[in-house]
Design a binder for this molecule. Structure first.
Ligand code: G3H
Ligand code: 13P
Ligand code: ZN
Length: 284
């Protein structure tokens, strides 16, 4: 199948009450692991590449690998730019064949975020590329900040309503207590805020920093309007921990395939499990 826009996947997910997983890919093994999981689960899937992934693997390689993988399978696959902060990068991804982009203007003042998001929508919408925006600041788990400071970073529901009305954006990433990376403690999600935002904006909500969020909390967030769940850290863990284990167990192994093969399998299992939690299994 050709790549599909994220908006198409989220439209169905929202209607039917599940979420589509968006998994970060940086190289061939990760792309293959994610696609294999989607095939085995008969699930729609969003493959996403960050600006760092593009710098690492090269734009043509990322686009080429995902297109080849998508064309060879029957489940719907989207290719999405994750946290695009640079307008030029957004344009290059669209020209390269991405079916969806995130413009992340969350660090900009509100009106600038609105103006830039509109500019991205202006070039993406006419050619059927979907756009995700971000409002509020999703931190990293390494950020050592107080609860009151954290709440100041959370998405303000009224501001979200204004932002969506001003931009006409298709999906919105919000800050409600999740963070990117490995959590030190148990994350506390502000579900009330999520429900309020959803009732005011009425569009699919995106949950970032979801790896360390317990399954039950993710399910509750999906029931309250989250339709796209971003996962990177859990894939990195499966990849590296498995490689480390094989190298420790077989220190003389010099065939990379014998090390990367089991790591790829471990990543597939992680992704399959997420798809079941998100309710996207069987929804392709
Ligand atoms: O949200 C961030 C993703 O985990 C991507 O991380 O910029 O290190 O590729 P990265
Ligand atoms: P995690 O690495 O915490 O899973 O977050 C991924 C993410 O939000 C990518 O945009
Ligand atoms: Zn993110």
């Amino acid at each position: 199948m050709a790549l599909v826009p994220v908006s198409e996947l989220l439209f169905k997910a929202e209607k039917e009450g599940y979420a589509v997983g968006a998994f970060n890919a940086n190289n061939m093994e990760i792309v293959q692991a994610i696609i294999e999981a989607a095939k085995l689960e008969n699930s729609p899937v969003i493959m996403q590449a960050s600006q760092g992934a593009i710098t690492y693997a090269g734009l043509e390689f990322i686009t080429g690998m995902v297109k080849i993988a998508a064309e060879a399978c029957k489940v719907p696959v989207a290719l999405h730019l994750d946290h695009g902060t640079d307008f030029g990068q957004v344009v290059r991804c669209i020209r390269s064949g991405f079916s969806s982009v995130m413009y992340d203007g969350s660090k900009l003042p509100l009106e600038e975020n609105i103006a830039m998001t509109r500019k991205v929508l202006e070039i993406a919408r006419p050619i059927g590329v979907s756009v995700e925006a971000e409002l509020g600041k999703i931190g990293g788990t390494e950020d050592d900040i107080h609860v009151s400071e954290k709440e100041a970073m959370y998405t303000d529901p009224e501001e979200a309503r204004y932002f969506v009305a001003q931009t006409g954006i298709e999906s919105l990433a919000i800050a409600i207590g999740t963070a990117h990376g490995q959590y030190k403690g148990k994350p506390e999600l502000d579900f009330e805020r999520l429900a309020k935002i959803k009732s005011l904006v009425g569009i699919p909500i995106v949950l970032h920093g979801s790896s360390g969020v317990p399954d039950e909390a993710v399910k509750k967030a999906i029931a309250l309007g989250v339709c796209k769940v971003n996962i990177d850290t859990n894939i990195r863990e499966a990849f590296v921990y498995t490689m480390r284990k094989v190298i420790q167990e077989k220190p003389d192994e010099i065939d990379p395939r014998k090390i990367l093969g089991p790591a790829r399998e471990a990543m597939t299992n992680v992704v399959r499990n997420k798809m079941r939690v998100f309710g996207s299994s069987g929804q392709a």
